[in-house]
Design a protein around this ligand. Structure first.
Ligand code: G3P
Ligand code: MG
Length: 249
């Protein structure tokens, strides 16, 4: 990361979608798994409801991870709140709600859990999602010791987040690392690159680190992959398997 920037205190492991695959993704039950396994940070996916409430959901529709069936973009937060976002993962999780970012901020701040907010806009809502998620994150974490880290695959969302809340740290998220990654990170004033671990090579890892950026890989579930990536200088691993990748630092 460029010298003037404050690094984000990445732990070695970050729980993917709240608590990985041990609980329903993007729910408070997932975050509880993180706490149970001693994790100090989690990642979650955040988008806007039809009435512009920031809430947690990975897909464009609620179909896979709730008892509803509809595109999320058309639902108000009141409608989303009626869904059961836990039962699909097992009867033990029945009744789990689809949380708002405000719910998650309350939980994370109380548990000293760091948060990587992945801005995951509904189709066509890139800029407004980047802007409104950044503003809400800045408001919810005002005065916190460590701000949330904003990341996104969508450059337009990150650009809007930077304009709305420039002090919040940002990371550019990608599957394949584009040839112009240096230009993107510089323009968005990022602290880090987050990439699919399959796309990373030892040489690329060295280049990213030498350019002064922090580096996170997703979704790393195999301990052998984890050891190799850490040996390459990767700072942090986003994982579904909190049970296989212990939280050490
Ligand atoms: O932020 C890392 C990872 O969550 C990106 O992929 O599809 O799981 O949101 P996805
Ligand atoms: Mg994600």
């Amino acid at each position: 990361m460029p010298q003037h920037k404050q690094p984000w205190p990445y732990p070695e492991v970050v729980a993917h979608r709240g608590g990985g695959t041990l609980a329903p993704e993007n729910t408070i039950a997932g975050f509880r798994e993180g706490v149970r396994y001693g994790y100090r940070a989690a990642e979650c996916d955040v988008k806007l409801s039809a009435d512009n409430v920031c809430f947690l959901l990975h897909d464009d529709t609620v179909d896979r991870t709730s008892n509803g069936k509809a595109p999320a973009a058309g639902m108000s937060m009141a409608q989303l709140s009626q869904l059961d976002a836990g039962r699909w993962k097992g009867a033990a999780f029945a009744g789990e709600a689809l949380p708002t970012l405000s719910n998650v901020a309350g939980y994370c701040l109380a548990q000293n859990m760091l948060l990587n907010i992945e801005i995951k806009p509904c189709p066509g809502r890139f800029e407004e999602t980047g802007r409104l998620v950044a503003l809400e994150a800045a408001r919810l974490w005002a005065g916190a010791a460590v701000p949330p880290l904003l990341s996104s695959f969508e450059i337009d969302a990150l650009r809007a987040a930077k304009a709305a809340a420039p002090a919040l740290p940002r990371a550019f998220l990608c599957e394949d690392i584009p040839g112009n990654w240096r230009d993107i990170l510089a323009e968005l004033d990022c602290v880090a690159l987050h990439c699919d671990h399959h796309a990373l090579t030892a040489e690329l890892a060295r280049e990213v680190k030498q350019a002064g950026y922090q580096l996170l890989c997703y979704t790393v579930n195999d301990p052998a992959d984890a050891r190799r990536l850490l040996a390459w200088g990767v700072d942090s691993l986003c994982t579904d398997r909190l049970d296989l990748l212990p939280a050490r630092r």
